[in-house]
Design a protein around this ligand. Sequence first.
Ligand code: GLA
Length: 729
Amino acid sequence: MPVTPLDEHCWAIDTPASTYVIRVEVDPATGEAAPAQKYWGPRLSTEAARQVAAAREPRRHVTSFSTPSEAEELLPVDGGTRWGTPSLQVSFGHARSVELRFAGASEHDEGGGAQRLDLALADAHHPFEVVLSIRAREDTDVIERWTTVRHPPDQAGEPITVTRLDSANWFVPDQAGYRYSGVFGAWAEEFQLQREPLPVGELVFTSRQGITSHQANPWIMIDAGAAGEEHGEVWGVALAWSGSWRLTTTHRPEGGVSVSAGFGHEGVRWTLEPGQELTGPPALGLYSAAGFGAASRAWHEYARRHVLPTPGEERPVLYNSWEATAFAVTESGQLELAKTAASLGVELFVIDDGWFGARDDDTTSLGDWWPHRERFPAGLRGMLDGIRELGMRVGLWVEPEMVSPDSDLYRAHPDWILHLEHRRRDQKRNQLVLNFARRDIRDWALDWLDRLVTELDLDYFKWDMNRPFTQAGWPEQGAAQDRVWIEHTRGVYDVLDRLRERHPGLRIESCSGGGGRVDLGILRRTDEVWPSDNTDAKDRQQIQHGFSQLYPASTMSAWVTDSPNVTTGRAMPLRYRFHVAMAGVLGIGGDLPEWSPQELAEAAELIAQYKSVRRVIQHGAQFRLAGTPGQERSAVQYVLDDLVVALVYNPLGNAKRGPRRLRLAGLDPEALYEVVLGGDAGEGVRGRLAHGSRWYGSALMAAGIRPAAWEPIGADYRSDLVVLKRVSH
Ligand code: GLA
């Protein structure tokens, strides 16, 4: 089992390929207890773990002016001889300092190969308890940690205010150098991968928006500076939370790197009355010995096994009307799109914004979730039945957390929004945020969502969230109103959970103006996410590259839209646009009546090809093979059972430099693989990849293939889909 006690203060926590050793250090002079990390790295035997744990001397140089070992603590508190960023900061009345005593440990079998260790601590004086929970599983190297703080019942005292509760602090074992990887961005430019030396100091990735944000995503990976896709040790930390968050990486001047991750942001206060407790979301740690590629595959597998609600399904090819019609949703317009979409092989038709209230543009009607009376006087049923008759499932766009000031809902309930007394109500995109911390508002949302699904037999919601919080208050709660920063997110989770419970067949896509709410918290209750409003295939390649660092392809919605692209104006061949979108969950978002018969025929063929390999793309092991996506030759590959799918790209017409051979990965070196798709342009590939030809896995991995798209001279934006099948073992 994963948790092995080494003595009454020390445990080894094993995953299939890693070990995490922790000890509750108790200062003999003061009695202060500080659980600390003794080891996190390759798997150790229990005896080896015991040796590691026995090393009791301080590993870092202590002076009168610093205690560097605080970086190794599982939850460094604000108190005592610590001066780093605290993972836990609490005040008792006016005194802001915590001194903990060890109160005991308990191990819990949770079934399914999971075990949890709880370390209980209590303040030396105040009625305040802390429980550190650590869960490991037999089938993943991801370790889950979270923290609970509690004001025990019937023990009054000074008011307890929590100003920081991180779920975990993770220490990265000493390296000769440090480099971090993370993703950053903006609207229409999410998930831009950054990999840079880690400067000495504190590096904060955060969102203060009440949503995960476009600007940063809650994870970081650290390596010694030389890890590659397929080699090198990588330590990763991710937070499963969809509201404001903060992830602080400290590179101490004396050496030592730690990452503390938790919900909320600075300034958010949470008061604990007797009997109340607060628990943070899971902060996840992953050690991987084989590079960023292996780390990503481990995160993907973890998401499939322990996060996603419907991991075994193949996601349907969808059509979404947003780029084609914007707000001008009409029955005839949607049915025209639907007929063409169905003829291409689309399986799910999603009507985006514009079907409700008087929603002719973005200035009105959020909150008025009934069919647009002028456009749908008889309701939506006729249109949706028409779509279903074409053999497709149906979905609708909704934005449940929002209200337009110009809406019947706001006129009736101006107090339903996040607001502060004596403060403005700032609008963004002409809208305000409903307070989902309130049960009555959640019940209202659940009620109309439920009614829509039931009355219209809906299969799918695209759940959008198009602005961050401002004036985030809840005046009726008085001194406790800051809670809204956390309770709103919990409220969204609650509505999603209850909706799914009532409608187990319903599938949900998370969107927040594109990729503003993509994280392992929302993915526990949504099936797909919309990574970006930017559907330009070149830009999208970079976005998808960053997305894939943590999240699996089965969650990544990707549409083929028109050329030139609406956002960037860039023109690109249909085939390239398809091959980029095929790297995730393929969708179509173009204005189909404008597509030529040739384009429609090509689209139908590419959709059929996608369906024949989507199981591999969505559920297989993903390898980012080469190059900077969108900038130069690149490729992404997926392996599942006997099938290998490679999507190969070359945006450059003149690309003489750089590799011309594509080395595949993750194959059985001894086995023979047959080319079953691709290698179509006989001339371009010079027979090297002829249909039906057979290659040893070792040859494909060591010498590589020469895909047509990678030839040095040709048109801009060439791409291939190559499929191989293992034919011998
Ligand atoms: C957001 C989404 C888009 C679209 C519009 C509709 O911007 O990201 O995909 O749904 O809202 O208003």
